[in-house]
Structures are given as structure tokens and as C-alpha cells.
Design a protein around this ligand. Structure first.
Ligand code: PAF
Length: 284
């Protein structure tokens, strides 16, 4: 694999390789099996794969979160070295390369940017759109791969592609889970052991939502999931919303269910000091 950290070197390598389709896997490093599944998916369809590793400051609304975000570049390179081919590229730009000037662009995503994560992390999706659009412009991929764990991010990126007219296919990869069901995340390694021990309850609780549908209405189901998780010491639910998968409209009653739409239960939990998100399809 080739490791480059400037746009000039990136584009030179892309040109030299001259292969298509080009697959892009944008990451913030601290790679785990979830990232690896994205990379493997890209490798199976694209003769040229670019993996970017960049902790993007503009998407962090909390300075401490940015400071504490795990950075494990040595392990990341080792992991990628085992799967990438000679021609594939790892792009590791620094802040000056990505933001030679402050990025003042403001994106609008309608309802997608007014619910769930957007309410708890103001400005987050604008930062994601800034960095992802830059990566799209730099790499010009044919296909880009993102994890479905970041459910709302995926919807925002699909909207970004439409708004900007990018001719890029967006692929969402299924969530990869630990043995106890905890969704893999770079942040999991920051969990205190006493919290990690019980963190499987998040998936267990959201998996329990679908079977309740015949007896309970939406608010009671949401409340039950929240209560189950919060019965564990150190776990506080920021939201658990059942939403449709395109507009992310939060349904408040079973009467709002529309045929042909898919619904997902999306959750954010403060587990000790660490914020975790997850989601599950709820067949309604
Ligand atoms: O999902 C992530 O890791 C990040 O939000 C992304 C897409 C790499 C942008 O920084």
C-alpha cells in the first residue's frame, strides 16, 4: 500500500494507478473490525481503494471529545497493511492540508439536521459535510463506504451527494458487533471496565423494541427501552427515537406508520463519560 499525506501525492498516486472504480473509505482512525469490513467491501468491488485517516476537528462540538479521541496510527497501519494491495492508498493528511483556510461553508440538510444527533451535537453534521465533501473532491471516488452505525450521518451524506451532484455511489455497511452485541466503535476502547461489562444492554434493549409493537404504542416502547438501559448504573439515554429511514421523522404513534417505509430505533447513550450510538431496524 502507498501512504501519502498531501493532496498532491494522493492525486499523483491515483493518476499513476489509473484504475477504476475507485473506492473511498473515510475514517478517523482507531480502526476496528467495523472499519475492516468497509475496507474489505471496497476491496471486493474496486481495483483501487483509498482509506483516509483524519480526525476532523470541525465535526467535534466538544473540545474534550476531540482531545480524547483515540489515535492509534501505528496499529491502524498494521491492520491496513494486512489487507490493502500494493496499489491501494492510505491518505493521512494533517489539519493544514485539509483546512489551509477555515472552512466557512454552511450546509443545510432539512429535518436530517434537526433531530437526534443534530440536537445533541450542534454543528456536527456541518463538519462532517465539510470534510467528506473535501475528501470527495480530492479523491473523486466512484464508490464511498460508510458504516450504518452512524445512521443519521449516512442519511446526511446521501443528501450531500444529491445536493452537490456528486456521481458517487454511497454504500452503507451493516453494523459489526462485539460478542455481547455492543456496536463496534472507536470510542469503545475509552469505556471504563465497569461500564464496558454492562454495555451489551444497549443492543439487548433496542432488540427488545420490535416484539413490543403488538402490545404497546411508540412512546411506551421508547420509554421501556430507556428504562431498561437506565436501570444500569452509569448509563443515561440521551434519546431513543423510532424514525423512518429517509426523512428521519420521529413517529409518535403507530397510526403514523406508512406502508413502504422502513423504521429504525436510533439511540444515543452516555455510558460513563463516553457517548455511544446504535440503531436497529424495527419491522412495523
Ligand atoms: O464516521 C466517521 O468516522 C467520520 O464522521 C467521517 C465520515 C470519517 C468524517 O470525518
Amino acid at each position: 500500500m502507498k501512504v501519502v499525506s498531501t493532496i498532491r501525492d494522493l492525486q499523483e498516486q491515483l493518476k499513476k494507478a489509473g484504475l477504476s472504480p475507485v473506492g473511498l473509505v473515510p475514517t478517523m482512525g482507531a480502526l476496528h473490525q467495523g472499519h475492516l469490513s468497509l475496507v474489505k467491501n471496497a476491496l471486493s468491488s474496486c481495483p483501487l481503494v483509498v482509506v483516509s485517516i483524519y480526525v476532523n476537528p470541525t465535526q467535534f462540538n466538544d473540545k474534550n471529545d476531540l482531545k480524547n479521541y483515540p489515535r492509534t496510527i501505528g496499529d491502524d497501519m498494521k491492520m491496513l497493511g494486512e489487507v490493502l494491495r500494493e496499489q491501494d492508498i492510505v491518505f493521512t493528511p494533517d489539519d493544514k492540508e485539509m483546512y489551509p483556510e477555515p472552512d466557512t461553508r454552511v450546509f443545510h440538510f432539512g429535518n436530517l439536521d434537526r433531530v437526534m444527533e443534530a440536537l445533541h451535537r450542534p454543528g456536527h453534521f456541518n463538519g462532517v459535510a465539510q470534510v467528506v465533501s473535501k475528501l470527495f473532491d480530492m479523491v473523486r471516488p466512484d464508490i464511498a463506504y460508510f458504516g450504518q452505525k452512524d445512521f443519521q450521518q449516512l442519511a446526511v451524506i446521501r443528501s450531500l451527494v444529491k445536493q452537490m451532484g456528486y456521481r458517487i455511489k454511497i454504500v452503507g455497511n451493516p453494523i459489526i458487533r462485539e460478542e455481547d452485541g455492543l456496536a463496534m466503535s472507536s470510542r469503545n476502547r475509552l469505556l471504563e471496565p465497569r461500564i464496558r461489562k454492562n454495555a451489551g444492554i444497549i443492543y439487548k434493549a433496542i432488540s427488545g423494541a420490535a416484539p413490543m409493537i403488538s402490545n404497546l404504542d411508540i412512546p411506551e416502547i421508547e420509554e421501556s427501552v430507556i428504562n431498561t438501559i437506565e436501570s444500569y448504573d452509569g448509563f443515561r439515554v440521551e434519546y431513543f427515537n423510532i424514525v423512518d429511514d429517509t426523512e428521519l421523522r420521529h413517529i409518535k404513534s403507530k397510526s403514523e406508520i406508512r406502508k413502504g417505509k422502513k423504521y429504525f430505533g436510533c439511540i444515543a447513550v452516555k455510558a460513563g463519560n463516553i457517548r455511544l450510538i446504535d440503531n436497529i431496524e424495527i419491522p412495523l
